[in-house]
Design a binder for this molecule. Structure first.
Ligand code: 5GP
Ligand code: ZN
Length: 114
C-alpha cells in the first residue's frame, strides 16, 4: 500500500532494525520502546488491523503469532516473560493502520491492561 508506514518499512524505503523474518512476517525494533525490549511483528501482506482479519489467510495469522514467540526467543525474554499487544482502532490508540503486534518485555510489566 502506497501510503503505509509499515509497507514502506517492508520495502526498505524506511529503514528498520530487523529482528526476525519468515515467509509471511517481518519483525523489527520499535522506534520508541515502551519496555526494555519492544519489537513489532507485522504481516508482509498489508492488512489494516485486527478488524480486517477476515481478509487474511489463517496460515498468515498463525505465522504472526508464531513470529511473536520467535522474536521473544531471539530477544532472550521467552523465559522471563513477555506481552503481545495489538491495538485496534481509535480507543486503543492504533496509530499505524497496518496490522502489528507489539512484543514487550525485558523488565516486569504492569499487571493492568489499561
Ligand atoms: P500503535 O500505536 O499503532 O499500536 O503502534 C505503532 C508503533 O509504531 C508505535 O509503538 C511507534 O513507536 C512505532 N513506530 C512509528 N513509526 C515508526 C518507525 O518509523 N519505525 C519504527 N521502527 N517504529 C515506528
Ligand atoms: Zn501496510
Amino acid at each position: 500500500m502506497d501510503d503505509c508506514l509499515f509497507c514502506k518499512i517492508l520495502s526498505g524505503e524506511i529503514p528498520s532494525k530487523k529482528i526476525y523474518e519468515d515467509e509471511f512476517t517481518y519483525a523489527f525494533f520499535d522506534i520508541s520502546p515502551q519496555a526494555k525490549q519492544h519489537a513489532l511483528v507485522i504481516p508482509k501482506q498489508h492488512v489494516s488491523g485486527l478488524s480486517a482479519l477476515d481478509t487474511m489467510p489463517d496460515k498468515e495469522i498463525a505465522a504472526c503469532l508464531r513470529a511473536c514467540h520467535a522474536v521473544a526467543v531471539q530477544l532472550g525474554i521467552a523465559e522471563s516473560g513477555y506481552r503481545m499487544v495489538s491495538n485496534c482502532g481509535h480507543d486503543a490508540c492504533q496509530t499505524v493502520k497496518h496490522l502489528h503486534f507489539h512484543v514487550i518485555g525485558g523488565n516486569p510489566l504492569s499487571a493492568r491492561m489499561a
